[in-house]
Design a protein around this ligand. Structure first.
Ligand code: KE4
Length: 431
């Protein structure tokens, strides 16, 4: 596979941008090799600057549930951009998207749009601290909620990949109120509430963890968080930046029938353009300026292009489409399981809807500690064996694969054919 152009661009990029990328996980740090500079995407296919084509399972980290350059999204944006890109004023487009999100998420009585998942979680936690008058929060080890300083305490995603429990540049004082519990461990959460009974403003959780690889909630875990937070007067915040509209039309809160007080969204609701949102109970959201004393603002918040791309995307998410995503994703996961077994490579494959992960470990994976036991060298070997065969996976064992509406049965079959060969390569490395 020729990669000269990517290599040339990467050499220059590293001189001009930290690590040559705009976000750490893209630098292939966990798998090695040269990140591919992408020239275009269409449907399930990415094409890099050397002309190599790949079936894409990153999907811009989950944002592109319809695949790349969906015709309806492109048409709507082409039309919208003629009217300008941003006015810094209210528009009907943001209201239309708000209404559609609220149809799917009844718990979101009021919503505020921002420009990233980071802003969404940071702001939701500010609301929680204002509404409760409390300072502490609980997050989970391996949970990633964006890069707000006080959340970079044993986060997931890029940080988990690099094993950096905390980031440089974050004063110890700023994470002192950030309590961390193992994911899926209700007893640990109960113990923190007993230790700080009236000091915890909120628990923030990925209702399906996607930043330590995909780790589903154990039965009762989310309902247990709901009852603990109610008992101690804390708020429950679902970070559905990945799971919102991914695992179901109404997100994980619909799938697991647990209603949080606040929800954070991103990715899919922007249709591939910059977006984030937070929302929930009206009494809480009415704390947000200018309705209330919690300040939060943003130049491009609610910009018409993101709003329109998001609305048009949600309009395509029909029950039939979710059935198709379920079928294709189940076929992929089952095929991967069989391929690994045939090659004699021990793996655990986790899937919720159209997000999934392959863990190269014999241990059951239930939290970050067990997810981190996945064999990174084997994943790196598998990643490159798949990349060479035209399959573009997340360049980290602690991220999620995403199946889009554009992935056909033929794409899945081609992926499984590559996986059979890639698992055999991994097996040869084991022997
Ligand atoms: P952004 O600020 O990157 O838009 O969203 C932060 C965020 C918040 N919550 C969850 C559950 C998330 O997964 C994310 C961002 N996800 C990562 C990858 N898993 C984005 C990819 C990257 O960092 O480059």
């Amino acid at each position: 596979m020729r990669t000269e152009r990517s290599e040339q661009l990467y050499a220059v990029a590293r001189m001009r941008m930290p690590g040559g990328v705009s976000s750490p996980v893209r630098a292939f740090g966990a798998v090695g090799g040269t990140p591919r500079f992408i020239a275009r995407g269409r449907g399930a296919i990415l094409e890099d600057v050397d002309g190599n084509r790949y079936i894409d399972y990153v999907g811009s980290w989950g944002a592109l549930i319809l695949g790349h350059a969906h015709p309806a999204v492109v048409r709507a944006l082409r039309e919208a951009i003629r009217r300008g890109t941003s006015y810094g004023a209210p528009t009907e487009a943001e209201l239309e998207l708000a209404l559609r999100i609220q149809e799917a998420f009844p718990s979101i009585q009021k919503i505020r749009f921002v420009n990233s998942g980071t802003e969404a979680t940071m702001s939701a936690l500010r609301v929680a601290r204002a509404a409760t008058g409390r300072s502490k929060i609980i997050k989970f080890e391996g949970g990633y909620h964006g890069h707000a300083d006080f959340l970079l305490a044993r986060a997931g995603s890029g940080l988990a990949t690099f094993g950096l429990p905390d980031s440089a540049g974050v004063p110890e004082a700023w994470v002192r109120d950030t309590l961390v519990a193992p994911y899926n461990d209700l007893d640990a959460v109960a113990a923190l509430f007993e230790q700080f009974p009236d000091q915890i403003a909120a628990v923030i959780v990925e209702p399906v963890a996607g930043n330590m690889g995909v780790v589903p909630p154990k039965p009762g875990f989310l309902k247990g968080l709901r009852s603990l937070t109610r008992r101690y007067g804390a708020l429950l915040i679902f970070d559905e930046v990945i799971t919102g509209f991914r695992v179901a039309w109404g997100g994980a809160q619909a799938l697991y029938e647990v209603e949080p007080d606040l929800t954070c969204l991103g990715k899919i609701i922007g249709g591939g353009l910059p977006v984030g949102a937070y929302g929930g109970r009206a009494d809480l959201m009415d704390q947000v300026a200018p309705a209330g004393p919690v300040y939060q603002a943003g130049t491009l918040s609610g910009n018409p292009l993101s709003m329109i791309a998001g609305r048009v995307t949600l309009e395509q998410l029909t029950p039939a489409l979710y059935r198709q995503l379920e079928e294709r994703s189940a076929a992929l996961a089952e095929g991967l399981r069989e391929a690994a077994e045939q090659a004699g490579v021990p793996v655990h494959i986790h899937r919720v809807g159209s997000m999934l992960s392959v863990f190269f470990t014999e241990r059951a994976v239930v939290d970050y500690a067990t997810a981190a036991s996945t064999d990174r060298a084997r994943y790196a070997r598998f990643f490159h064996a798949m990349l060479e065969r035209g399959i573009y996976l997340p360049p980290s064992p602690l991220e999620a694969w995403f199946v889009s509406a554009a992935h056909t049965e033929a794409h899945i079959e081609r992926t499984l054919r590559a996986a059979r060969a890639a698992f055999r390569e991994v097996a040869r490395g084991i022997l």
